[in-house]
Design a protein around this ligand. Structure first.
Ligand SMILES: O=C(CO)COP(=O)(O)O
Length: 253
């Protein structure tokens, strides 16, 4: 049984003060929630504050990206050891906004995934096709390629904590959510590809989240699909009330 994971990706929103204000409203509202894991990915400037404020709660926090090396002359980067040193436990890898705006490649995502596993950071590896690729009938090819590259050289034994997020680029921030059936089909493709690389038992235990215009009123139908194990939420996670509604609706059925 895969325990759902509902995660907030705050992208480049919220100062530390705003992050803490969110938590003071949010944490009491979810404190008795046990049906899913809850994670928040704030900006790097808020991350340490959010980690401290969530200690001892049922909410964990992670970084939105990291470098794969431990240190070096890489201006602007944060390393896995630096994340560990502030008790960070999770990291997003290969988000499409990183791939598009920071030119992250599949090979870099692979290096980052290996580094995350070496440092016991729980990675959420993001994959997803553009509208152009979907319309050209290439969704399956893109997803299989992205997964194959990300998992290259990784052994099944170390897959325990890996999470995948299926985030179709055309659904991110657009309001056009994938239908539950489209998302389920994509998740099934991803799970089959994971099984081909890491084995069936690893794939069947791996959580695959859906991300892209998740809202309080569409999360339940997405979560009713057998292959969908949680959500990675952007815009609708920025308000405590709407993120709480998503968390509740995701596991209400
Ligand atoms: O990119 C996303 C989560 O990582 C999705 O963003 P939206 O929920 O704003 O579409």
């Amino acid at each position: 049984m895969r325990k759902p994971l509902i995660a907030a990706n705050w992208k480049m929103y919220k100062t530390p003060k705003e992050s803490l204000a969110f938590l003071s409203e949010f944490l009491p509202l979810v404190k008795d929630h046990t049906a899913s894991e809850i994670a928040i990915f704030p900006t790097m400037s808020s991350l340490g504050y959010v980690i401290e404020a969530t200690k001892g709660t049922n909410v964990t926090a992670g970084a939105q990206t990291m470098h794969w090396l431990n240190e070096g002359p890489y201006t602007g980067q944060t390393s896995p050891t630096m994340l560990e040193s502030i008790d960070c436990t999770r990291v997003l890898l290969g988000h499409s906004e990183r791939r598009i705006y920071a030119h992250e490649t599949d090979d870099m995502v692979n290096l980052k995934l290996k580094a995350a596993l070496d440092h016991d950071l729980i990675p959420v590896v993001c994959v997803g096709e553009t509208l152009d690729k979907r319309q050209s009938g290439l969704t399956e090819a893109v997803l299989r390629w992205q997964i194959a590259c990300a998992l290259n050289g990784i052994k099944g034994a170390s897959c325990g904590n890996v999470v995948i997020a299926y985030e179709p680029v055309w659904a991110i921030g657009t309001g056009s959510v994938a239908t539950p059936e489209q998302a389920n089909e994509a998740h099934a493709i991803i799970r089959r590809e994971v099984a081909a690389h890491l084995g069936v038992s690893c794939a069947s235990g791996m959580r695959i989240l859906y991300g892209g215009s998740v809202k309080p009123d569409n999360v339940a139908s997405l979560m009713s699909q057998p292959e969908i194990d949680g959500a990675l939420v952007g815009g609708a996670s920025l308000q405590a009330k709407s993120f709480v509604e998503i968390i509740r609706n995701a596991t209400a059925a």
